[in-house]
Design a binder for this molecule. Structure first.
Ligand SMILES: NC(=O)c1ccc[n+]([C@@H]2O[C@H](COP(=O)([O-])OP(=O)(O)OC[C@H]3O[C@@H](n4cnc5c(N)ncnc54)[C@H](OP(=O)(O)O)[C@@H]3O)[C@@H](O)[C@H]2O)c1
Length: 439
């Protein structure tokens, strides 16, 4: 099965992890933990799991506060362990569960980390939204799990660290994000001949609009993605193109290629999920209906190819496929993301946190759409000016720990450093927005 894996440590592609063990591949049913099961990705994953009931056991599910939905899922899949964000949510969840079913209920970041490292689960789907997903991804990586990674922010915040932990613990990353999953499939057996990775972007709901028109768009309009049905935060990221910016960082860390070899193509039909350009000039594309169940099934069932629930793609009905350059003036987030990546660890954390804070302010109507990249850029500038020596260096240098216990301690120190910078950058965005007097 190594032939289905992108190259490891090669000159053109150096994939983030080795393939899963023979034992994992041959053991059915697979025992799965889903971090963020109540979200868009989590629900699609449970749909895939239900279609292949004999192949999976659900060991754990989690949400932040949507305990009604979590209770419904728990009753259906009966995992022995659940996790929520706060004690109050845990109390409500307990009340919603039927007599005779009393799973362990874990709480907070430590609870998600414990869920991600349950000994009985070999597979963890990391699908919480935003930087909050980092704790679960790190815990799963430390525990040597096969991680189906939807939470791209984990790699934006700590890609170097995740890569290093995978090397130490033999944890495996299977990319769920449709673009990265497409590239993963295109690279099977041909990794070292790859020249460029071409990430497609739908362009979001405002594709083709200039800065002037964007100044007055509302959160309601920004959330309405023309093609994909996704969670709120990623929908706004799609509208600003920050989602594609985060995905450049995700591709950089997953495939070990420099940003100059990662290109973005706006493709509004969203049926070409991404492409790889090879040395001989050939382009390999992975295509399909825009439905995340396809990528989820590819990861959860890897290396099997089975029905996912995603409809087939009728190319005649799809009609014309078009590709465009992104407009950097209307959508500056892409350039910000490239700048953050060249500034390495610290600047990526600042950018990601600033983006999350600015998106929250936009959703509350406190700032306008164009303020999102403006605030991110301002906070990144301030950080780079205040820490000129840190630019270009990783925030998480190579790990020195000799054994597992030291490794866990070292990772938690680095995680704390990331979370402190994250908090600081969010506060900076709020201060800046308040100083502006809002919109
Ligand atoms: N949706 C897509 O098509 C898609 C595609 C590719 C990649 N992704 C990535 O997958 C991840 C999830 O996206 P999504 O669209 O599924 O998001 P979503 O619909 O907003 O769901 C997020 C999930 O995370 C939980 N959550 C939210 N805040 C949390 C916190 N502070 N701590 C712990 N859990 C928290 C939510 O619980 P509650 O329900 O209780 O709030 C929910 O279960 C994101 O990183 C996104 O970029 C999504």
């Amino acid at each position: 099965m190594a032939e289905l894996w992108p190259g490891l440590g090669g000159p053109n592609i150096s994939y983030i992890s080795s393939p899963p063990s023979e034992t994992w591949r041959r053991t059915w049913p697979r025992s799965v933990v889903i971090l963020g099961s109540t979200g868009s990705i989590g629900r699609s994953a449970l749909d895939v799991i239900e279609r292949h009931a004999g192949r999976f056991e659900v060991a754990g599910l989690s949400c932040a506060g949507n305990v009604e939905r979590l209770a419904e899922q728990a009753v259906r899949f009966r995992p022995p362990c659940l996790a929520v964000l706060k004690a109050e949510a845990a109390r409500k969840l307990r009340e919603l569960l039927p007599p005779g079913y009393a799973p362990r209920i874990l709480e907070g970041s430590a609870g998600y980390a414990e869920l991600a490292s349950l000994p009985e689960a070999g597979t963890v789907l990391s699908a919480q939204s935003g930087g909050a997903g980092l704790a679960g991804t790190l815990a799963a990586a430390l525990a040597g799990k096969v991680i189906c990674l939807a939470n791209k922010e984990s790699l934006v915040l700590a890609g170097d660290l995740v890569r290093e932990i995978c090397r130490r613990t033999r944890a495996v990353i299977l990319p769920v994000d449709s673009e990265h999953n497409a590239i993963f499939q295109c690279l099977a057996g041909r990794g070292q001949e790859a020249e460029h990775l071409l990430l497609t972007a739908s362009g979001g709901p405002f594709f083709g609009q200039g800065r002037e028109a964007l100044a007055s768009v509302t959160a309601g309009q920004a959330i309405r993605h023309p093609i994909w049905r996704m969670g709120t935060k990623i929908s706004i990221d799609s509208a600003t193109l920050m989602n594609k910016g985060l995905e450049i960082a995700e591709a950089f860390h997953l495939y070990g290629v420099p940003p100059s070899r990662i290109r973005v193509l706006v493709h509004p039909q969203s049926v070409v999920h991404s492409l790889v350009e090879f040395e001989d000039g050939a382009l390999l594309a992975q295509m399909g209906a825009p439905d995340m169940r396809a990528a989820l099934a590819n990861c959860l069932l890897w290396p099997l190819n089975k029905p996912s629930g995603a409809p087939g793609l009728d190319l005649v009905r799809t009609g014309q496929l078009t590709f465009h350059e992104a407009d950097p003036e209307a959508f500056p987030a892409l350039d910000l993301a490239r700048r953050a990546l060249s500034g390495r660890g610290g600047l990526s954390v600042v950018m990601n946190a600033a983006n999350e804070a600015a998106v929250e302010l936009f959703l509350r109507g406190a700032v306008g759409f164009l303020d999102i990249p403006r605030l991110i850029g301002a906070v990144m500038e301030a950080h780079a000016a205040a820490h000129p020596d840190a630019v270009g260096k990783s925030l998480t240098p190579a790990l020195a720990a000799a054994d597992m216990c030291e490794l866990k301690n070292e990772v938690s120190v680095l995680e704390l450093r990331i979370m402190r910078l994250d908090r600081h950058s969010r506060d900076a965005v709020c201060r800046l927005a308040e100083g502006d007097g809002g919109k």
